[in-house]
Design a protein around this ligand. Sequence first.
Ligand code: KMH
Ligand code: ZN
Length: 309
Amino acid sequence: MARQPVIITCALTGAIHTPTMSDALPYTPDDITAQAIAAAEAGASILHLHARRPHDGGVSIDPEVFNGFLPRIKQATDAVINISTGGSLTCTIDERVGPALRFSPEMCSLNMGSMNFSFHPLAKRYQSWKFDWERDYVKNSDHNIFRNTFADIENAANQLKPHGIKFEHECYDVGHLYNLRFCMDIGLFQAPIFIQFVLGILGGIGPEVDNLIFMKRTADRLFGDDYRWSVLGAGAAQMPLATTASQMGGNVRVGLEDSLYIKRGTLAESNAQQVAKIRRIIEELGAEVATPDQARDLLGLKGGDKVNF
Ligand code: KMH
Ligand code: ZN
């Protein structure tokens, strides 16, 4: 069977676990817009977007902040817009789905289980911080629980159901795949589902290739032909795992949300630089990169004309 084109998702800015410790990380609406357009031009067919407070880069779930960049990105690119429902670790699920409810994007993220979600070891690595909130936020993240109960997942799915949004099901461990199977069995999601295997977050499964193979084999068993998949490796695992996934028939996610680096010890200059790098690797290894319309087709999306921005 011919290899399907590889969908590149670019997660541009994050918010949950990425303080602004690189000048390349966009957090104002203007910078998010510019970097999103450049990432799409470099080959990303899906743009995964969070919002940040424009004055200090802190997490924002205010739809007005999203409104500062979503329409401009849509006008300038054909890329699929994917809005995060991860929001912040202190928000309720009702608050987290607010932006997706307002803008009805083609896709949004949905996190498939509750977990420790910590990045406190970073606090020891940095001496200076750009904004006042960052040091304590990072240091105290060993207290975090990223809450995504079955009730939260069902609530988000039911609120968003009328919008025909395809979820990027973020699965940080093998148990999350079973959670997703359970949710499908009770009718919350329809095939084809799109699973993002998330490896390398402290609190979730580690970034070893063995674990990726285990996740994939488990998903094959649980979902058969009813799923498409992609890999997000956090930090240093980003490019190696994306390369491996692209060779295993999967799709890839890069972007400064998940790693600030272009290679070990060197900060990336932009999101587009990471997209261009993985694109080059994918093409040199003999596969094609999906256009936005190919991504829409592969994932069964509703279309860019059915969003509300
Ligand atoms: N950066 C990912 C590990 C979300 O947006 O819903 C977490 C994430 C969550 O992407
Ligand atoms: Zn995200």
